[in-house]
Design a binder for this molecule. Structure first.
Ligand SMILES: [Cu+2]
Length: 94
């Protein structure tokens, strides 16, 4: 299965509002920094943060990736850097 690639782009945005659908199970996510500041990526389902998953891209050109086991559902992609609260998107797992 291929990776879902998410880009952080200027200014303080993800490159899409929605990603997927991807298949439930082990989901590989790549995160690429095309912006000029540090970004993170965490996942939440409702108000519950998905444990043990965080990607960090510190500067332009950085790439991080990770694999996380996800059940079916709608997840929120979040950059938790202070001031980046508009960096929210949806990942659909089916
Ligand atoms: Cu950010």
């Amino acid at each position: 299965m291929g990776a879902t690639v998410i880009k952080a782009v200027p200014s303080l945005r993800f490159d899409a509002k929605t990603y997927g659908p991807v298949s439930a199970g082990d989901v590989t996510i790549g995160y690429s920094n095309e912006d000029s500041v540090r970004h993170t990526l965490i996942l939440a389902k409702g108000d519950t943060k998905v444990p043990n998953f965080k990607l960090v891209i510190g500067k332009k050109g950085d790439v991080d990736s990770g694999t996380v086991t996800l059940e079916k559902g709608e997840y929120t992609l979040i950059c938790d850097v202070p001031g980046h609260s508009n960096m929210r998107a949806t990942l659909t797992v089916e």
